[in-house]
Design a protein around this ligand. Structure first.
Ligand SMILES: Nc1ncnc2c1ncn2[C@@H]1O[C@H](COP(=O)(O)OP(=O)(O)OP(=O)(O)O)[C@@H](O)[C@H]1O
Length: 362
């Protein structure tokens, strides 16, 4: 039997991407169609490396070919991915900037930023991390990089700073350039210049996601970053207590201000419950239950997940090996991996909504 490329595309135009709510052909996700007698192969380009719907989409493609063309065709599908982008992020080669913020200090914003970056990288994405928490940069410690100094060079009058690579991600922290034993006595404009340099002078190469750990609260750095670089979206970290939730709301308000206008990717509730190591199935909601989820519902933004409170996180942070890399802490690995996948999924959905039509650029 002879089949044509047009028949294949026609059949696959009946398969909808469940998140993006459009068919795979309209989204330009079907590529490299090869027909050889009754053998057919093609690639499906997903928009997140760890697409939770991968198996479902592959199955739907096989069914569509069987149903609309013939069950006799031998189908081979290459499921691959290419992270989308919707706007120029202002940093060459960087497809998406993710700002991680919290209203209140000490809620675990840096912990979430680090494990988010590593979770995204684990799924196969190219990831960078900027620690813009100028008054309390904690990423050098969390990666075991205290005292590290990134190499800087000068190319044609332009400074290039080489991010430090560890655990598969590229890192720059304001802490690499300051004395950890001294407070940073910088005024607003100096801070803004220093932070912008991390973005502009960093030799980031090609990145799918650049995660930015912001200082707590709302201030100069938030305004500088969001007004200089078109941020793809913000992840808000809170804990379950009423004070933290109230501050998270303020933080969210800032991102939604007309002059800032950064889309919200969602809310993460950290230290949501306590699970003792010896009783892994028990959850104790010591600070109250469901506050983060309720806030997300109220504000109509996605809820990205609950991260339990366990002692291992602070130990891992202090030991320079973030918990998402520590298979012994299965519960945490799962919580952070799922959160990272939800963030990637949300970016893919937002990008598709902005781009309408072809979302995979050739
Ligand atoms: N889920 C958790 N379980 C146990 N400890 C945690 C958890 N999340 C964070 N911590 C610990 O709480 C402390 C504060 O976390 P972190 O530095 O990530 O917070 P932050 O919000 O970035 O703080 P800052 O306001 O100083 O920037 C750290 O010691 C960290 O290891």
């Amino acid at each position: 039997m002879t089949i044509t490329k047009e028949q294949v595309l026609q059949a696959l135009s009946n398969v909808e991407e469940p998140d993006l709510k459009k068919d795979l052909v309209t989204l330009n996700m079907i590529q490299d169609i090869v027909i050889d007698g009754n053998r057919l192969s093609f690639s499906v380009i997903l928009t997140t490396p760890a697409c939770p719907l991968k198996a479902l989409i592959e199955n739907a493609c096989r069914n569509a070919i069987g149903h609309f063309i013939s069950k006799e065709i031998e189908v081979s599908i290459n499921m691959t991915s290419r992270v989308t982008t919707q706007k120029n992020t202002g940093v060459p080669g960087v497809k998406n900037i993710i700002a991680v913020a919290s209203g209140k200090g000490g809620v675990g914003k840096s912990t979430v930023a680090v494990n988010l970056a590593l979770g995204l990288a684990k799924s196969g994405a190219k990831v960078g991390l900027i620690d813009a928490d100028i008054y309390g940069p904690s990423i050098p410690i969390m990666f075991g990089l205290e005292g590290a100094k990134p190499r800087a060079s000068n190319e044609g009058g332009k400074t290039r700073i080489e991010p430090i690579e560890k655990y598969g991600i590229k890192l720059l922290s304001i802490g690499f350039f300051t004395d950890p034993n001294q407070p940073v006595p910088w005024r607003g404009p100096m801070v803004s210049t220093a932070v912008k340099q991390l973005f502009n002078d960093g030799d980031w190469g090609e990145l799918d996601y650049l995660v930015v750990d912001l200082p707590p609260g709302t201030g100069d750095i938030h305004i500088t970053i969001t007004q200089t670089f078109p941020v793809t979206g913000a992840v808000i970290v809170t804990t379950p207590q009423a004070v933290a939730l109230a501050d998270a709301k303020k933080g969210i308000g800032m991102f939604l201000m007309e002059s800032i206008n950064v889309p919200l990717l969602g809310i993460v509730e950290n230290m949501a419950y306590f699970t003792p190591a010896e009783l892994p199935d028990n959850k104790y909601y010591i600070f109250g239950q469901g506050g983060g989820k309720k806030l997300a519902e109220q504000l109509e933004v996605p809820f990205l997940g609950e991260i339990p409170l366990i002692k291992g996180i602070s130990d891992s942070g202090d030991a320079g090996k973030p918990i998402v890399l520590n298979q012994e802490h299965e519960l945490m690995v799962r919580a952070f991996t799922e959160m990272a996948n939800r963030v990637a999924q949300q970016i893919s959905i937002n990008n598709a909504q902005v781009l309408s039509g072809d979302i995979i650029n050739n």
